[in-house]
Design a protein around this ligand. Structure first.
Ligand SMILES: Cc1cc2nc3c(=O)[nH]c(=O)nc-3n(C[C@H](O)[C@H](O)[C@H](O)COP(=O)(O)OP(=O)(O)OC[C@H]3O[C@@H](n4cnc5c(N)ncnc54)[C@H](O)[C@@H]3O)c2cc1C
Length: 481
């Protein structure tokens, strides 16, 4: 294990792998990537449930500098994305420290270095890149009672779980539930879906990329680059409906309503599946087989949240009891309050958790005052409701690599407190005009302050232009040594 490096990267998902690759390209080799799991991949290593796939086209949901002609579907299955990330990580294996959980990250004022404590020893580093993810820690419902059978969260799937002939409760109706249900309904004797809030669902339009197509892309990478550019523009067009454009929002809404009408014959079921919030307020889902699965004779929809467990049943918020022998939780993640925040202590021993007591914030969604030489990837206001996370992650990586290049091996850099404050104000001001603050409860909002802390309110293009490079004006640079 490396004990002293220039840059410690925590996490080996898209963000951590991408950062290590880019640092190497920039000639910064003194790096350690600390990953608690025994494999890279993050989201795609952990989410192994049947049906898991991306919902942004795969050719946009990958690094621009590492296209993959081999994706076999428009929306690649999770295992293909995982394989892609394993391959992407090959050039940085020498700096990867798998099976290494970071338990404390403290700024040493005297030494002007970070001390990164892990369960396998301590690494000191001039700079730290937090690439710990945002949909990493499963959120488990806090309800009374104890269930006697298996209770499995979608992000902790048990490969040995056999649902054949089982009576299953599927808790949740978000992105994972929508992908999971058709597969569960194929195997289980009965499924009851506990839906707290009906989601907006749009047609998915998945299709296979046949071998001829894949070979053409492999032989002519410019075709793949053109496809990526087209997919990017298509995705960007979806931004307007999330901000002030009421016509675009009405069109999106009409498409989703048509989809529901076309796919759900039963009027009562259609009513239960009618969302009570504006489209886009929560994550919009894409599926062509969720509604048909709900219409199957072995599937029932209970329009109520999970309210409790009994040994052989789940109770819902409407007072109904459903006898089942397996519970599947598609209940999402701790998103707005990140567990890594409590591990990180900056100047004066102040933790990131304390700094973020009113909700996460960071200048450019990257840097926090009081935490010198530390950068957050895929953190506060860095997600998108309409485009690929990898676009944002790459832009942030370019910013960070630029910063580290500027500061040199022995220098210090810290974001200006005013720059951070102005950015946070901008996020708040612009969020008011978005659909995300239109009144629904969602994981985009901080559970304490209600601030919108997850999504970047602009287009991906705007973010890349503003923050996809180092921006010295917002930082104080201390001389190189
Ligand atoms: C089912 C699912 C589908 C998704 N589909 C899409 C999609 O289609 N399009 C899209 O744009 N986004 C999608 N996302 C969002 C997705 O999370 C991001 O796109 C992306 O994978 C995040 O990468 P990351 O590297 O930031 O985080 P992660 O992939 O979560 O990686 C973080 C890594 O940090 C490690 N880690 C955390 N804490 C520690 C610690 N203390 N010590 C050591 N290691 C630590 C974790 O083990 C993990 O490997 C999806 C998310 C889920 C859950």
């Amino acid at each position: 294990m490396r004990t002293d490096v220039r840059v410690a990267i925590i996490g080996a998902g898209f963000a951590g792998i991408g950062a290590a690759l880019r640092l190497r390209e920039a000639g910064i080799d003194s790096v350690a990537v600390l990953e608690r799991s025994d494999r890279v991949g993050g989201t795609w290593r952990d989410n192994r449930y049947p049906g898991v796939a991306c919902d942004i086209p795969a050719h946009l949901y990958c690094f621009s500098f590492l296209p993959n002609s081999g994706f076999t579907r428009r929306f690649a299955a999770g295992d293909e994305i995982q394989e892609y990330l394993e391959r992407a990580a090959d050039p940085i294996r020498d700096v990867l420290q798998l099976g290494t959980e970071v338990v404390d990250v403290s700024w040493d004022e005297w030494g002007a270095r970070w001390s990164v404590a892990t369960d396998r020893g301590t690494v000191t580093a001039a700079a730290v890149v937090l690439a710990c993810g945002r949909l990493t820690e499963p959120r488990l419902p806090e309800v009374p009672g104890k269930f006697g059978g298996p209770v499995v969260h979608s992000a902790r799937w048990d490969e040995a779980l056999d649902l054949t002939g089982r009576r299953v409760a599927l808790v949740g109706s978000g992105a994972s539930a929508v992908q999971l249900l058709p597969h569960v309904a194929d195997q289980a004797s009965s499924v009851v879906v506990l839906q707290r809030s009906a989601p907006w669902v749009l047609p998915r339009g998945d299709r296979a990329h046949d071998e001829v197509q894949r070979r053409r892309w492999a032989e002519r990478p410019e075709l793949l680059a053109r496809l990526r550019a087209e997919l990017f523009e298509e995705a960007e067009a979806g931004h307007a409906a999330r901000v002030g454009d009421t016509v675009a929002r009405a069109e999106l809404c009409a498409r989703a309503q048509r989809h529901r009408r076309d796919q759900v014959e039963d009027e009562r079921l259609r009513r239960l599946l009618t969302p009570d919030h504006e489209i886009g307020c929560k994550r919009v889902l894409f599926s062509d087989d969720y509604y048909p699965a709900l219409s199957r004779p072995n599937v029932r929809l209970a329009a109520a949240a999970l309210a409790g467990y009994e040994r052989d049943a789940v109770l819902d918020g409407n007072g109904s009891r459903h006898e089942v022998d397996t519970v599947l939780l598609a209940t999402g993640f701790e998103a707005a309050r990140q567990p890594y925040a409590r591990l990180v202590r900056g100047r004066g021993g102040v933790s990131l958790e304390r700094r973020w007591a009113d909700g996460m914030q960071a200048y450019g969604s990257i840097a926090v005052h009081g935490f010198p030489n530390l950068f957050v990837l895929d953190g506060p206001n860095a997600s998108l409701g309409h485009n690929s996370a990898v676009i944002m992650i790459e832009a942030q990586i370019n910013h960070v690599v630029g910063a580290l290049g500027e500061v040199g091996p022995g220098g210090l850099i810290e974001v200006d407190v005013e720059a951070e404050r102005r950015y946070a104000e901008e996020m708040a001001r612009r969020s008011v005009q978005t659909v995300w603050t239109s009144g629904c409860s969602s994981w985009y909002l901080d559970p304490g302050s209600g601030r919108q802390v997850m999504l970047w309110p602009g287009t991906a293009t705007e973010y890349v232009e503003r923050f996809g490079h180092f921006d010295a004006a917002a930082y104080a640079l201390v001389a190189h040594t």
